[in-house]
Write a protein that binds this ligand. Structure first.
Ligand SMILES: Nc1nc2c(ncn2[C@@H]2O[C@H](COP(=O)(O)OP(=O)(O)OP(=O)(O)O)[C@@H](O)[C@H]2O)c(=O)[nH]1
Ligand SMILES: [Mg+2]
Length: 421
């Protein structure tokens, strides 16, 4: 099965919780705090792999999560970090955020890695909260939780040369004789249902040739199979336009040629502007000569034409050399240019204060999320810590400016407090 677009749900690992623990061993009653930190959650990483040909691996299984970090342990033991989740994708895979459509990466090379989601940070154990005045903190931090995201993977094949043409003109046959690829070949339309790639070698230099399903008129508007696959030749450097010059199917080869070019243009003007070499195939069929002469007269000198027979082998060397000569003059295929989209890590320190209908001052924002991870309401040290954070960050000052007085109600993360500076 050939799959070139999938929607995946991915999630980085949560950070492991730090723990609250005190040293205990024989003879020691009140040992010091020794709660260890939680481990970091695993990242979600995509990597290009040239052995992967399409996205079929993700067709049925499309939810993935990296490992969570482990909880910290007593005796200052760190929790183990969660393992990264590495997802292999074919070269030419574009990763997009589903919600915004923003492009996260264009995986272009073998081994190219992109960390799309970063695992949550581990929480700190109580041993970390010891200060000169706080010897026995009874609180620790929980691990950072991560959010699942949806990404679209879209394969846009990377190749140097794309073969285009009507169905049944011999594109796959041509691919099979100039490369080692073994696509299905048969005497009916739409034999090829998904792209095939092959490596062609000329004078020791190699280039990749892509064969896509045949186009028919109206394909760009969804009439045939073709348009769906045009994206697989969008990134090629040039095209070989294969024409059945024998006209055995009763069509005029030149009309075919014009119709396909119109299709290409409808789909993408850039694609239509790519350099084309015209391969006049099936030259071996009786009566082709006349047609060739007529075709050449109509097409004039704008395109290079090569007469070939994919079956007898005629003209194949000439065509391969013409492809190489043209490629030598063209720039290499490049990854897409885009403004990379990145998932924001929660900004930890912002906050907002507003006054609700009851006159209470409500503090919200990621600072509050962090505080509620850190603060144990029943622990006086922990509360003192929160008090200090609020004061240090100028929140008390702002509350005063907004009219808060000693005794006013302050709401933080769903809990109510009395304002007291
Ligand atoms: N006589 C002759 N027949 C050819 C030649 N090239 C291909 N054919 C025949 O044409 C038919 C179609 O060939 P394919 O290579 O499957 O054509 P295609 O363009 O890939 O077709 P689709 O995948 O359906 O679009 C097959 O029966 C081939 O044997 C040629 O040079 N001469
Ligand atoms: Mg084919």
């Amino acid at each position: 099965m050939f799959v070139d677009r999938v929607l995946l749900q991915i999630k980085a690992g949560d950070g492991g919780d730090g723990i609250t623990s005190f040293l205990h061993f024989k003879g020691v009653v009140n040992g010091g705090p020794d709660g260890g930190d939680g481990g970091k959650g695993g990242d979600v990483v995509f990597v290009g792999d040239r052995h992967v040909s399409n996205l079929s691996e993700y067709y049925y299984k499309n939810k993935f999560a990296a490992e969570n970090g482990e909880r910290g342990g007593p005796k200052n033991c760190f929790g183990k970090d969660g393992q990264n989740l590495v997802l292999k994708v074919p070269l030419g895979t574009i990763i997009k955020d589903e919600e915004s459509g923003g492009i996260i990466a264009d995986i272009f090379e073998d081994g190219q890695e992109k960390t799309v989601l970063v695992g949550g940070e581990g929480g700190k154990g109580n041993a970390r909260f010891v200060t000169s005045r706080r010897h026995a903190p009874h609180f620790s931090q929980t691990g950072e939780k991560t959010q699942a995201r949806k990404v679209i993977l879209e394969l846009k094949t990377i190749a140097d040369v794309g073969l285009v043409g009507f169905p049944n003109v011999g594109k796959s046959t041509l691919l099979s004789v100039i490369t080692k690829a073994r696509p299905k070949i048969a005497n009916y339309h739409f034999t090829t249902l998904s792209p095939n790639l092959g490596v062609c070698e000329v004078y020791g230099e190699r280039f990749i040739v892509a064969d896509i399903p045949g186009l028919i008129e109206g394909a760009a508007d969804g009439a045939g199979l073709g348009t769906e696959f045009l994206k697989h030749i969008e990134r090629t450097r040039m095209l070989v336009h294969v024409v059945d010059v024998s006209g055995v199917e009763g069509r005029d080869p030149y009309e075919d040629f014009l119709a396909i070019n119109k299709e290409l243009k409808n789909y993408s003007p850039a694609l239509a502007k790519l350099k084309q070499i015209v391969a006049l195939n099936k030259c071996d069929i009786y009566g082709a000569e006349e047609k060739i002469a007529a075709f050449k007269e109509k097409i004039g000198r704008k395109y290079k034409t090569v007469e070939i027979s994919a079956v007898s082998g005629k003209g194949l060397d000439e065509l391969k050399k013409a492809m190489k000569a043209a490629l030598d003059k063209l720039p290499p295929v490049k990854p897409m240019e885009f403004e990379p989209f990145e998932y924001a890590k929660p900004e930890k320190l912002d906050y907002e204060i507003y006054k609700d209908d009851d006159g209470a001052f409500v503090i919200t924002g990621s600072l509050v999320d962090v505080l509620s991870r850190n603060v144990v309401l029943t622990d006086p040290h922990s509360m003192a810590y929160m008090h200090k954070v609020l004061k240090d960050r100028g929140i008390f000052k702002q509350l005063r400016a907004m009219g808060a007085e000693n005794g006013s109600t302050i709401v933080i993360g769903g809990s109510e407090f009395e304002f007291m500076e």
